[in-house]
Design a protein around this ligand. Structure first.
Ligand SMILES: [Zn+2]
Length: 300
């Protein structure tokens, strides 16, 4: 189809341009199929070096050479053993394939696998997953992986990506899925945030309420969750700089107490993954602020 004609040849109807084809709006004749993806690669805008690339944006989870791996079975596609000149040629190819790959390929493979696995278990979105992989590449660039576990480090990168997008996933979640110490993960995470200059969002305690409520045994009703959220919205001063999970648990406990439910602080702490002492402190904070509010009302 020549691009000059804007109307259908058969019925003179207007064309509809979709991503893959050009269709007549009235009779439905497919006028042309676009084969080339003309969308702009947004990753490279402003960068003259790699500019001019078409197609969808590059995925940091995959890079050249990771997807292809020459098997070492010594057999061809139909399963017959390789012999003679073919065999020696394949051996040479395998050797040069190994040499050609950069030294970081193995680490990157481990990190990709670990990031994908954790993201699957914790149901983290594709976008956050890719951001995690990108942070890992950044850390590689800063040579931060020397003497550190690649598995834990990739988990910390994914956690940093979660914090950046404001997802309410906890360090405990990650350490449970990844089978490593929470302290290691926290230390790596702090390092990543500092070196890569990642802007983390403050997670609101409200986003943890429903999760803690369903973890408690027996689970708390939606009405209690709603009043806990209302309570958290009301509190302003005491929230600053405190662990949001403990705050959510404390608010739930406070609501339970006011409705004569016998959930202990220990049960709340276990459901939220924090200690009893922390919850007790937060409860005291909440009670203090509520007291001040009531006094203020009476004075008025
Ligand atoms: Zn037509």
């Amino acid at each position: 189809m020549s691009s000059a004609t804007k109307n259908c040849n058969r019925c003179k109807g207007a064309f509809v341009f979709t991503d893959v084809e050009i269709v007549c709006g009235s009779c439905g004749v497919v006028s042309d199929e676009k084969i080339v993806d003309c969308s702009v690669d947004y990753e490279n805008i402003g960068m003259e070096i790699n500019g001019g690339r078409t197609g969808p944006p590059a995925n940091p989870m995959y890079h050249n050479g990771v997807a292809s791996e020459i098997s070492q079975t010594g057999r061809d596609a139909s399963g017959r053993n390789l012999r003679g000149e073919n065999k020696s040629m394949m051996n040479r190819l395998i050797t040069w394939d190994k040499r050609g790959k950069s030294s970081g390929t193995k680490t990157r493979n481990i990190s990709n696998l670990e990031i994908t696995r954790i993201a699957e278990v914790l149901s983290i979105s594709e976008q956050t997953k890719q951001r995690g992989a990108k942070i890992f590449r950044m850390c590689e660039g800063f040579k931060m992986l020397r003497g550190r576990s690649a598995k834990v480090f990739s988990a910390a990168c994914l956690y940093a990506a979660c914090r950046e997008s404001g997802l309410s996933k906890t360090l405990t979640d990650f350490s449970k899925v990844g089978f490593f110490r929470r302290q290691d993960l926290a230390a790596y995470y702090r390092l990543i945030v500092r070196v890569c200059d990642i802007k983390t969002k403050v997670v609101s305690p409200i986003s943890y309420v429903s999760r803690i409520a369903s973890n408690v045994d027996p689970p708390l009703s939606v009405a209690i969750q709603k009043s806990a959220i209302k309570l958290l919205e009301k509190l302003n001063d005491s929230k600053a700089g405190k662990d949001p999970i403990a705050f959510a648990a404390a608010a739930l406990y406070h609501v339970c107490q006011s409705k004569n439910l016998r959930h202990t602080q220990r049960v709340m702490g276990m459901a939220a993954g924090v200690t009893e002492v922390t919850i007790r402190n937060r409860i005291n904070d909440i009670r203090k602020e509520l007291c001040i509010e009531e006094k203020f009302k009476i004075e008025q």
